[in-house]
Design a protein around this ligand. Structure first.
Ligand code: NAI
Ligand code: MG
Length: 501
């Protein structure tokens, strides 16, 4: 409930003095930490059990909102990766590929159910470890992760209908490397289609957000999955590289930076490893003058400030038609002021903590670049907590197409606003990017939507909405945003060999 900051006072002569204070704030509504158990230390989940790392090394994971240590996790080296890959290969040959598909499906279904049962605990841990607002982990990340397992459980025994007149075969061992922005959801995107189609998995989580994938390992144990079908390990870039370079890994699935995507592509060139790479983005969100303006403004806010802008498909470039630019910018500034920035565990919070100090430094660097390039900066006047990594939601106007803040991925709550006059002009500008992951179009005209979706070089184009996800819908990029699709029927393909029958 909103409460007035100042109390009305009754004066001595009994006249009531009313203070009309317009600065309302919300009472804190913190989620409790007590529903989540975090161990002091985590080992590696290999062959269905917790194994001490051969490396004997551990590293800390902190809460980016408080800078407090949450736990320490094993730092897997090449020998640990080898153990995990051997376990996965053994499970593939001896158990998983031989199991009738409808039996495999039951395990995948069971994982989905346990994620739902433990949703509250998972949401709390996701927020503590990564800094995203609890309302987002609770309402988006965890339910969508469960939905991916449900969805792919359904496909497991129906592959002959997905690919009629083709024989399908799993590939073997999938090496999967995920980032820190949607830790459990990315694990679900990768593991669910892989095991539903009969592959086994070695998954490495990101170094700043390992905890929900370790919780997923507990869930996989609880679901009684045969040992070695899913192995979950922790470590940094060198652990990821050891997975990529292991000769018994048949497929690499990677989500992360374009730079690492290129390293992976070079590493697997000349091998018969298959790969899907989901890399960076610089999505154009386009508002035409005939759009429902308030709805579009809300969509732009959701598109870039959702999850602190730590989203590869974030709508970080706004193109607004000149005739409505003034109105849209004014409304965006007003809305920026009303966003609640702060404690991610508070159920009212819209923008939580930036995931790490190094990511906050990258964002500050780009804000500096934007100012130097001559764009005009506007940031919310909100107060930031004294501890932790926080950034005010920020927008830039007077941005030129060639500015670095309009070309490069910032991965933070920073919006670059550009204007346009005609449809052809905006299509050219929107496509003038090394990336092509997603885009948004706001207009009243269906014909305009079809024209735009046809001509925009982006894997996903949202119309009159933004950042909508569903397990049934494929997701992936063009150009430097990577290749391959995850989600939907298309998401089965990277895990299968198809043969004509
Ligand atoms: P990153 O690409 O370095 O990390 C992603 C994952 O790859 C992590 O699990 C990491 O341990 C692993 N990794 C790192 N080096 C590797 C290597 N040589 N071989 C195999 N695996 C390796 O991303 P980082 O440094 O965390 O973020 C840097 C920038 O990348 C961000 O500022 C953002 O622009 C972009 N990014 C994009 C993401 C997306 O969803 N497309 C997700 C995370 C970051
Ligand atoms: Mg952490």
């Amino acid at each position: 409930m909103p409460v007035a900051k100042k109390k009305n006072t009754v004066k001595k002569n009994n006249t009531l003095k009313l203070k009309f204070d317009t600065s309302w704030s919300y009472d804190p509504a913190p989620e409790s930490k007590s529903a989540a158990t975090i161990n002091k230390q985590y080992d590696l989940f290999i062959n269905g059990e917790w194994q001490k790392p051969v490396s004997k090394k551990y590293f800390n994971t902190i809460n980016p909102a408080t800078e407090e240590k949450l736990s320490e996790v094993a730092d897997a080296n090449a020998a640990d990766v080898d153990k995990a890959v051997k376990a996965a290969k053994n499970a593939y040959e001896k158990v998983w590929k031989k199991m009738p598909a409808k039996e495999r499906a039951k395990y995948v279904f069971r994982i989905a159910r346990i994620i739902q049962e433990r949703a509250r605990e998972l949401a709390i841990i996701e927020t503590l470890d990564g800094g995203k607002p609890i309302k987002e982990s609770r309402d988006f990340d965890i339910p969508t992760a469960a939905n991916h397992f449900f969805y792919y459980a359904g496909w497991a025994d129906k592959l002959e209908y997905a690919f009629p007149n083709r024989k399908t075969e799993p590939l073997g061992v999938a090496g999967q490397i995920i980032p820190w922005n949607f830790p459990l959801l990315m694990a679900a995107w990768k593991i669910a289609p892989a095991i539903a189609t009969g592959n086994t998995v070695v998954l490495k989580s990101a170094e700043t957000t390992p905890l929900t994938s370790l919780k997923l390992a507990e869930i996989i144990q609880e679901a009684d999955l045969p040992p070695g079908v899913v192995n979950i390990i922790t470590g940094a870039g060198s652990t990821g590289a050891a997975i990529v370079n292991h000769p018994d890994v048949n497929k690499i699935a990677f989500t992360g930076s374009t730079d690492v995507g290129k390293i992976i592509q070079r590493a697997i060139a000349g091998t018969d490893k298959k790969a899907t790479l989901e890399l960076g983005g610089k999505a154009a969100n386009i508002i035409f003058e005939d759009a429902p303006i308030d709805q579009a403004v809300e969509g732009v806010i959701n598109g870039i400030f959702f999850n602190q802008g730590h989203v590869c498909c974030a709508g970080s470039r706004l193109y607004v038609q000149e005739s409505v630019a003034k109105e849209v910018i004014r409304k965006l500034k007003d809305r920026l002021e009303s966003l609640i920035v702060g404690d991610p565990m508070d159920k009212n919070t819209d923008i939580g903590a930036i995931n790490s100090k190094s990511q906050l430094d990258i964002i500050h660097k780009y804000i500096g670049i934007g100012k130097k390039e001559g764009a005009e900066m506007y940031e919310s006047s909100c107060r930031l907590p004294g501890k932790g990594f926080f950034c005010r939601p920020t927008l830039f106007t007077n941005v030129a197409q060639s500015n670095r803040i309009a070309q490069e991925e910032i991965f933070g709550p920073v919006l670059a606003i550009l204007t346009f006059r005609t449809e052809d002009e905006v299509i050219e500008k929107a496509n003038n990017s090394p990336y092509g992951l997603s885009a948004g179009v706001w207009t009243d005209k269906g014909s305009k939507i079809f024209n735009m979706t046809k001509r925009m070089r982006a894997g996903v184009v949202w119309a009159n909405t933004f950042n909508k996800f569903d397990p049934t819908s494929p997701f992936g990029g063009y150009k430097e945003s990577g290749f391959g699709r995850e989600g939907g029927l298309h998401g089965l393909l990277p895990y299968l060999n198809l043969q004509n029958i």
